[in-house]
Ligand binder design. Structure first.
Ligand SMILES: [Fe+2]
Length: 302
């Protein structure tokens, strides 16, 4: 199975208006002009009609992700592979596909019980990103083919989820880290698998070993901009809008992203960065890294 990109993210929110303020006035995305925002709020960052949908809920969390296949041939091949693997799925109704602006889609669950969707061809509306705060564009590749960014998924079913995303969904290994936050030598620590799909973005998913995953269902989401100035303007906007910065500016070891992390209204962090490496997977050797950052990324600094 060749999944192309992280296509969309569904967020549940107790206060969708807080997300609207955060996305428009701090992140710099726009309310999607070609979508019906009367029930859910759709946010747009590139040619895709939308990338994030915020739904009214009684909890705050990242609900699920939509993973993109390139076309019907790849989609049908994926269904055949799921059948072979004995992984059950349900086709999305025509109404659900119409609502999301996608051609076809299915819903399934990973071994950790996380619902996800596979789809192909979300409509491109080609409407310009008109950012309230002047963000010229987000880095998502040609016609969005690098996806919206990356997601770090916390799960207690660490090995099972890793095997599922690798062996069933066809994600590729990029890097592995292992953390020891507890001084107890008996503590097994926590692993982190960085995984790529079929585009040059270093990782589109990272699976984080967490015996007690948070209700937010997310460690962080990452979106990327073109240059350092846009990251700097973002930091200024966070200060102006009283958005807590949870990690200072730093550069990561494995994807070379220069980024900051801030608190979203959803109880998880958003990484906002630039300069992430783009990889040719033909000749790539997966790595094991011992530290996450070359410099910076001081957590809980304030
Ligand atoms: Fe990240």
């Amino acid at each position: 199975m060749r999944i192309k990109a992280l296509g969309y993210i569904i967020i549940e929110a107790t206060t969708p208006a807080a997300w609207q303020g955060f996305m428009e006035d701090t992140v710099g995305m726009m309310l999607a002009p070609s979508m019906d925002n009367s029930n859910n709020l759709y946010f747009k960052m590139d040619e895709y009609s939308w990338r994030f949908r915020v739904e009214q809920s009684d909890k705050d969390c990242l609900s699920y992700a939509g993973w993109e296949l390139v076309d019907k041939t790849a989609f049908d091949q994926a269904l055949a592979e799921l059948d072979t693997a004995g992984t059950s799925y349900e086709r999305l109704s025509a109404e659900a596909c119409e609502e999301k602006g996608i051609r076809e889609g299915i819903g399934l669950k990973d071994p950790g019980g996380n619902y996800l969707e596979l789809f192909y061809q979300m409509k491109l509306d080609y409407q310009r990103l008109v950012s309230n705060v002047g963000v010229p564009n987000f880095l998502t590749g040609y016609h969005g083919d690098m996806g919206l960014g990356h997601w770090v998924l916390p799960t207690a079913a660490f090995d099972e989820c890793y095997a599922f995303y690798k062996d069933v969904l066809g994600f590729g290994d990029v890097d592995y880290m292992h953390f020891h936050f507890n001084p107890d030598p008996q503590d097994p620590g926590q692993g982190l698998h960085f995984m790529h799909v079929d585009n040059p973005r270093h990782h589109s998913l990272a699976i984080y070993q967490d015996p007690n995953p948070p209700e937010s269902n997310c460690v962080h989401l990452m979106v990327e901009v073109d240059d350092m100035d846009e990251v700097g303007y973002f930091i200024d906007r966070c200060k102006q809008n009283d958005v807590p910065i949870v990690s200072t500016l730093g550069r990561h070891t494995n994807d070379l992203m220069i980024s900051v992390y801030v608190a979203t209204p959803g109880g998880f962090a958003l990484e906002f960065g630039c300069d992430g490496v783009q990889v040719d997977w033909e000749d790539y050797k997966p790595t094991t890294s011992s530290v996450p950052s070359l410099w910076g990324h001081e957590w809980n600094h304030g």
